[in-house]
Design a protein around this ligand. Structure first.
Ligand SMILES: Nc1nc2c(ncn2[C@@H]2O[C@H](COP(=O)(O)OP(=O)(O)OP(=O)(O)O)[C@@H](O)[C@H]2O)c(=O)[nH]1
Ligand SMILES: [Zn+2]
Length: 283
């Protein structure tokens, strides 16, 4: 119901809470993932008194205190969108989140897209997990990386996010859709958003994901920072090197020698262009 927040309290049923009026006055709204202090008023109801400081807060949908961005793409059907994959990892880096890249439908991977992903990100410390919901492959690895964290799953429609959650924990019975229907635009307006405890102390935000990528401004000077693999090679002549047209650029050298992924570098240049066109706003 609108105006209510559902608060999980250890060893108690979920409390149905309203927020103190002072929050509204100060234009603050509790969001999913917030750690709060409540006052119980009986009957499983309570009032949110304090919102503890957030370590991060992503928007659209608003979720606070996320530990991990699990980027989910299919090996095929739909084909992986590598530019979106790089955008999502930039979003994660900007917000200091762990990154796990989960490639689903590896049972259909006749073009070796899983290995392509492993190659592209080989100079990062991202977890890269190949998964088949169909063959029950990789599920234990996914459980391991979800344990003890608040994660959000992000990726295009139809890659198998709901199937994955259902496989991990069949209690959820999320709707699994038909790819062709679900990929039509405009289907993804969730009005509510909740946390699913998919395994003990491992929570996942139930949302269509941050594919719209509304970020606060990222300047052209900081974009490269969010490509952690580039950082290993940035012994460039200029400290503020954009790794673009500059001479003596460690990143460009590493791309030339094959140590850094050419595709990822290409996407970096595309995103750099975008950041500039948006005057520092990266969308
Ligand atoms: N072959 C194969 N098919 C899969 C796998 N995982 C999911 N699918 C199928 O892919 C289709 C889409 O799965 P969903 O779980 O609805 O995908 P989703 O990412 O939740 O999609 P949205 O809810 O639109 O975001 C369904 O027909 C699933 O049965 C897999 O590992 N292998
Ligand atoms: Zn450089």
């Amino acid at each position: 119901m609108s105006g209510f927040y559902y608060v999980k309290v250890p060893n108690e049923p979920v409390f149905e809470c309203r927020a103190r009026g002072k929050f509204k006055k100060n234009n603050i709204k509790p969001v999913v993932g917030d750690l709060v202090e409540i006052q119980a008023i009986g009957n499983g109801q309570g009032v949110i008194e304090i919102i503890l400081p957030r370590k991060n807060c992503l928007v659209r949908p608003s979720v606070a205190n996320i530990d991990q961005l699990m980027v989910v793409f299919a090996a095929t059907s739909p084909e992986p969108d590598f530019l979106l994959m790089d955008r999502l990892t930039v979003l994660a880096e900007k917000n200091k989140l762990f990154v796990t890249i989960c490639i689903t439908k590896t049972d259909l991977d006749d073009r070796n897209n899983f290995n392509k992903v492993v190659g592209r990100y080989s100079n990062t410390d991202y977890n890269i997990i190949g998964l088949s919901n169909k063959l029950n492959r990789g599920i234990e690895d996914i459980k391991d990386v979800l344990a003890g964290k608040l994660s959000t799953l992000s990726g295009p429609s139809g890659v198998g996010k709901s199937t994955l959650i259902n496989t991990i924990n069949p209690n959820f019975k999320l709707n699994v859709g038909d790819v062709s229907i679900k990929t039509k635009r405009g289907k993804h307006t969730t009005t509510h958003c909740e946390l699913l405890e998919v395994i003990e102390d491992g929570f996942v935000v139930d949302t269509p994901g941050f594919t719209s990528l509304e970020l606060e401004g990222i300047s052209e000077y900081e974009l490269a920072k969010y490509f952690p693999d580039f950082n290993k090679f940035n012994n460039c002549q200029f400290v503020s090197c954009a790794h673009e047209n500059e001479e003596l650029c460690g990143v460009k050298d590493a791309v030339k020698s094959g140590e850094l992924s050419k595709e990822r570098y290409k996407n970096y240049l595309l995103l750099l262009q975008e950041v500039r066109e948006n005057g520092g706003k990266y969308r």
